[in-house]
Design a protein around this ligand. Structure first.
Ligand code: GLC
Length: 638
C-alpha cells in the first residue's frame, strides 16, 4: 500500500505525507467498515486507494488549505456562529449565478451554512423535487454547470459559508445510466439494483415493509416492462433503490463523494440513508450495515477531504437515530450531523395543545449524542410533517397517541374548531389513519388566517408564535436550519396546483419562490415581513453571542412547574444557560427558584439584552422567551 502511495507522489513529499498520515489514521475504520459488509471483496481497499489518490491529486489548493484549517478546528460545524439556510437555487434566485449574486443577502442574515436543495441533474418530468438523480456529475441544466457550482462554492468560501448538498444514496432515477443499462439486461448493472423475475420475493418483503408514499406510489416494488422485472422502489416508481450489498455501488459513491468534495461541497446530506440496507422480515430501515457502510465512506472522505462532514437524513425514532451519530463500535466514525425531527414535531404539537408536557417527555428520552456531533434543528423544511409521537410517550402524560396524532392532523389541516393553522393533508393512509401535513411555517402558525381576517392581534400572536419556535430551534445548540422565506414569514403558495409536475405533490405548497419584493421591505418595521425579519435577526445575533450554545453541550429538560412553559438548561463550563419558552397566548409565570437555584438571581437575558433581578416569579408574556445566563462581567467567576 505504501509503495502505491509513494509512487503516486514522485516529487511531492509534503503532499504524500499528508495523504499517508491520514490514510494511516483512518485505514482501520475503512477496512473494518468494509470487511463487515463486503467480506468477499478483498481487493476493495486497493480499488479505493486508487480512487482516493486520484481525487487527492485533483483536490484544488484552496480546498487543501480549508482541509488544514478545519483539521485545526474540528468543531467548526458545532460553533454557536453556525446558522444554516436552506433553499432551492432556482426558487431562491433563478440559478447558481443568481445565488452567487445574492450572497450579500445571505451574509446579512448571518448564514454560515447553505443547503442548496437537489441540484444534480434529475430525470426529466416528475423527479421528487430533484431526489431522482440521473447524473451525479452534472448540474441541472437550467441552474448552470459543474463549473458554476465550483465557482459558487468558492465565492461562498470567501464569506465563510459552507455548502451542503444532497447525496441521494438509497436510489437513482430510472433514467440514470446504471438503471438504463440494467433495463437493457447488462448483468453488471442489474446487480446494482434489487430486481426480481416475479412477485415471490417482493411479496415476502412486503409483509413487513411500510409504505412511504401510500397515496401516489403504493407498495415498494414496481414492474419494469423494459427488463421484465419487479424493481425495488421504496419511494416513487421512478426512483430505483440501489443494492448496497454490491461493492461496486460502494466504489461508485466513494468516487462521487470525492468528485463533489473537490468542487467545494462541505456537507453531504445523506438522503434517505435509513433505507439503504434490506433485510427480510424487517422494515428494511436502520439496519446495522448502514452504519458500517457510512463508517467506510466517512473514512474515504476523511483521508482525501478532511474539510468535509456528513449529515444523516434519518427521520427515525430516537433509539434508532443516535446510531447515525455513532453509538457503540461506530462512535465518532459516522455522520457528524443528524436532523432533530422530534424537536420539530414537538414544537408544532405544543403550539396546538399549548402544553409542553409531551415535549418534555420526548426530549428527556433522548440519550446524549457523541460530543463531536451536532443536531440540525428546524421548524420547517421542504418535507411534510409526520406526527412522530410514540404511544408510550403520549401515554406517560395521559394522552392516547392515536388520538393526539389525529388531533394534530385535524388542527394543522385547519379542521379542528378554533385552529389558527392552514395546512394541507399529505399522504392520507386509510389503513393506518396516518395523515401527514404540508404547509409553510407562517401559514401553519396562524399568519395566513390572521391576515385574511385582518385581525391585528392574531397577526401579532402568529408572529410571536413563529419567533418562539425559532427561538427554541436557535437556542438548542447544533446547526439551526432556516428554511427559505421563513425569515420573511412567507405564506403557503397554492400555485403548485397549476404546475403539472408539482400538482400531485402538495409539499410544493411550502416550497415557494422567493418573494424579493417582500425581501426589500425587510427593514421596514411597519410590515409583517419587517417585524419577522427583525425578530429572526435578533435571535441570530443573540445566538452568535452566546458561547453556551456550542454543540458539545446538551440541552436538558428542566421539569417545568408550569405546563405551558418549556424550560431547558445547557450546563456549559461558562455557567448555565437557562431557556424558558411560553407556549401559550396568555401571560405565564415561573417561580423564581428555577433561576435562583442555578445561581441566576441576577441574570442577563441574551434575547432582550436586559439584566434582570429575578424576584419571586419570572413573568413571560404571550409566547415569551428568555435565554438567561450570568451577566457578561460575572462569567469569569464560573
Ligand atoms: C428525503 C427527502 C424527500 C424525498 C425522499 C426520497 O426524505 O427529504 O423530499 O422525497 O428523501 O428521496
Amino acid at each position: 500500500m505504501l509503495d502505491l502511495i509513494r509512487e503516486a507522489f514522485p516529487d511531492d513529499d509534503r503532499d504524500m505525507e499528508a495523504f499517508q498520515l491520514r490514510f494511516e489514521r483512518y485505514e482501520r475504520q475503512l477496512t473494518e467498515g468494509l470487511r463487515s459488509v463486503y467480506p468477499d471483496a478483498p481487493d476493495l481497499v486497493m480499488r479505493l486507494l486508487e480512487v482516493m489518490l486520484l481525487a487527492h491529486h485533483e483536490r484544488p489548493a484552496d480546498l487543501r488549505r480549508l482541509d488544514a484549517r478545519r483539521l485545526l478546528s474540528p468543531d467548526w460545524f458545532q460553533q454557536e456562529s453556525m446558522i444554516g439556510y436552506v433553499c432551492y437555487a432556482d426558487r431562491f434566485a433563478g440559478d447558481l449565478a443568481g445565488v452567487e449574486a445574492h450572497v450579500p443577502y445571505l451574509e446579512e442574515l448571518g448564514t454560515r451554512y447553505l443547503h442548496l436543495m437537489p441540484l444534480l441533474r434529475p430525470r426529466a418530468g416528475e423527479n421528487d423535487g430533484g431526489y431522482a438523480v440521473a447524473d451525479y456529475r452534472e448540474v441541472r441544466e437550467d441552474l448552470g454547470t459543474m463549473r458554476d457550482l465550483a465557482s459558487l462554492t468558492r465565492r461562498l468560501r470567501q464569506s465563510d459559508i459552507s455548502v451542503c448538498l444532497d447525496l441521494v444514496l438509497n436510489h437513482v432515477a430510472r433514467e440514470h445510466d446504471w438503471a438504463e443499462r440494467a433495463r437493457a439486461g447488462d448483468p453488471k448493472y442489474r446487480a446494482y439494483f434489487h430486481m426480481y423475475d416475479d412477485r415471490t420475493v417482493p411479496d415476502q418483503y412486503e409483509r413487513t415493509l411500510p409504505e412511504i408514499f401510500p397515496d401516489f406510489a403504493p407498495g415498494n416494488f414496481t414492474w419494469d416492462a423494459a427488463s421484465g422485472q419487479w424493481v425495488w422502489t421504496t419511494f416513487n416508481s421512478y426512483q430505483w433503490d440501489l443494492n448496497w450489498s454490491n461493492p461496486d455501488v460502494f466504489v461508485e459513491f466513494a468516487e462521487i463523494i470525492l468528485f463533489l468534495a473537490n468542487r467545494g461541497v462541505d456537507i453531504f446530506r445523506l438522503d434517505a440513508i435509513a433505507f439503504m440496507w434490506k433485510r427480510m422480515g424487517t422494515n428494511c430501515q436502520n439496519q446495522p450495515e448502514v452504519h458500517a457502510i457510512t463508517q467506510a465512506l466517512r473514512a474515504v472522505a476523511r483521508i482525501v477531504a478532511p474539510a468535509v462532514v456528513f449529515k444523516a437524513e434519518a427521520i427515525v425514532s430516537p433509539e434508532d437515530l443516535l446510531f447515525y451519530l455513532g453509538r457503540g463500535a461506530h462512535h465518532g466514525k459516522v455522520s457528524d450531523l443528524a436532523y432533530h425531527n422530534s424537536l420539530m414535531v414537538q414544537i408544532w404539537s405544543s403550539f396546538a395543545s399549548r402544553d409542553v408536557r409531551l415535549m418534555e417527555r420526548a426530549l428527556s428520552a433522548f440519550p446524549n449524542k457523541p460530543t463531536n456531533t451536532a443536531w440540525g434543528m428546524y421548524l420547517r423544511c421542504h418535507d411534510d410533517i409526520g406526527w412522530a409521537i410514540s404511544d408510550a410517550d403520549a401515554a406517560s402524560v395521559g394522552l392516547s397517541g392515536e388520538a393526539h396524532r389525529r388531533f394534530l392532523s385535524d388542527f394543522y389541516a385547519g379542521e379542528f374548531p378554533g385552529s389558527f393553522a392552514r395546512g394541507l393533508v399529505f399522504q392520507h393512509n386509510p389503513r393506518t389513519g396516518d395523515r401527514r401535513i404540508s404547509g409553510s411555517g407562517a401559514s401553519l402558525a396562524g399568519l395566513e388566517v390572521a391576515l385574511e381576517r385582518g385581525d391585528a392581534r392574531e397577526v401579532d400572536l402568529a408572529l410571536q408564535r413563529l419567533l418562539l419556535g425559532h427561538a427554541v430551534v436557535l437556542g438548542f445548540g447544533g446547526v439551526p436550519l432556516l428554511y427559505m422565506g421563513d425569515e420573511l414569514a412567507m405564506l403557503n403558495d397554492y400555485g403548485f396546483e397549476h404546475e403539472p409536475t408539482h400538482a400531485g405533490d402538495n409539499r410544493w405548497v411550502h416550497r415557494p419562490r422567493m418573494n424579493w419584493e417582500r425581501a426589500r421591505r425587510r427593514h421596514d418595521p411597519t410590515t409583517v415581513e419587517g417585524l419577522m425579519y427583525a425578530g429572526v435577526r435578533n435571535l441570530i445575533r443573540a445566538r452568535t453571542q452566546t458561547p453556551h450554545l456550542h454543540a458539545t453541550v446538551e440541552s436538558r429538560v428542566v421539569e417545568s412547574p408550569n405546563p405551558h412553559v418549556l424550560v431547558l438548561e445547557r450546563p456549559h463550563p461558562l455557567g448555565p444557560l437557562l431557556c424558558a419558552y411560553n407556549f401559550s397566548e396568555v401571560e405565564q409565570t415561573l417561580p423564581g427558584w428555577v433561576a435562583h437555584t442555578r445561581g441566576l438571581g441576577v441574570a442577563l437575558d441574551r434575547l432582550s439584552e436586559r439584566t434582570l433581578t429575578v424576584e419571586e416569579t419570572l413573568v413571560l408574556p404571550p409566547y415569551g422567551r428568555l435565554w438567561l445566563t450570568a451577566p457578561e462581567d460575572a462569567l469569569s467567576r464560573w
